[in-house]
Write a protein that binds this ligand. Structure first.
Ligand code: KIV
Length: 283
């Protein structure tokens, strides 16, 4: 197994122009397959609310949901850098709350880093968490927890006023002590500028080339059918594979083809003994 990467490796990779590849994971098997594939990093995103729990948005996701899924991912990928995503209202209320909840991710789920959404307006939260000794990843651009304020899941930084706000957010995140930054749904020109401007590694989801790329595993694998953002590249159609397998199973059960001889446990005592037993109960 390759050595687990840490923040020093990610800084070195940025310096050397080496790309970081990472995906979201929410469960033990996905985490384990991603680690076996050689993924650099995993995010247990609050997108779990939509792609795993079936909510309409990430807003209903709780700390308990996130911790439970982080624990499963940690068990599935013990040798991979895991980022825990702070859910809505776990850091918005106060710096104290933010530190307490970030600490729970580290203590209870053994994540390597936490991520929270926002730039300038969460700078004191980032500083408080980083001052507590916890690695922080910022998340700017399209921030799904505040998509209501953004008018929906809309790309950011497409005009100069919006690009200015994204760049100011990036600078605020770094100045507050974040170790990593994720930029979502921003034009590649703006992301490339930010990646050059900042010392810390800058990763993209739907924001073009920079120091590394993130995709939501359910999108990449073709497991989430509600909608597919423009920036997704689909590498498999697991929904089709699963549906076809379920259809074949239903057909086999209904036709009496399953279970077959190879799927049953044979008795080890003589059959006559069993017949005697059955007669005893049938009386
Ligand atoms: O929750 C998540 O998966 C995320 C990505 C959209 C970046 O935060």
């Amino acid at each position: 197994m390759a050595k687990k990467k840490n923040i020093l490796d990610f800084r070195k990779m940025k310096k050397q122009g080496e790309q970081v590849a990472w995906v979201t994971a929410y469960d033990f098997p996905t985490a384990s397959f991603a680690e076996q594939a050689g993924m650099d990093m995993l995010l247990v995103g609050d997108s779990l609310g939509m792609v795993v729990l079936g909510y309409q948005s990430t807003v209903p996701v709780t700390m308990e949901d996130c911790l439970r899924h982080c624990q499963a991912v940690r068990r599935g990928a013990p040798g991979t850098f895991v980022v825990g995503d702070m859910p809505f209202l776990s850091y918005q209320i106060s710096d104290e709350d933010a530190v307490r909840n970030a600490g729970r991710f580290v203590k209870e789920a053994e994540v390597d880093c936490i991520k929270l959404e926002g730039g300038v307006r969460v700078a004191t939260r980032i500083k408080a968490i980083a001052d507590a000794g916890i690695l922080v990843m910022g998340h700017i651009g399209l921030t799904p927890q505040s998509s209501g304020q953004l008018g929906g899941h809309k790309a950011q930084g497409r005009d100069t006023a919006s690009a200015r706000a994204v760049i100011e957010d990036a600078l605020a995140v770094q100045a507050a002590g974040a170790a990593l930054l994720l930029v979502e749904a921003v034009p590649p020109e703006v992301t490339a500028f930010i990646a050059k401007l900042l010392m810390i590694p800058v990763y993209s989801i739907g924001a073009g080339p920079c120091d590394g790329q993130l995709l939501i595993s359910a999108d990449l694998l073709g497991k989430f059918e509600a909608f597919t953002p423009k920036f997704v590249k689909k590498y498999a159609n697991v929904a089709e594979v699963e549906t076809d397998a379920f259809k074949a199973y239903i057909a086999d059960v209904r036709a009496g083809r399953f279970p077959g001889e190879e799927h049953v446990y044979r008795v080890i005592d003589p059959l006559e003994e069993f017949e005697k037993l059955f007669r005893e109960f049938a009386k």
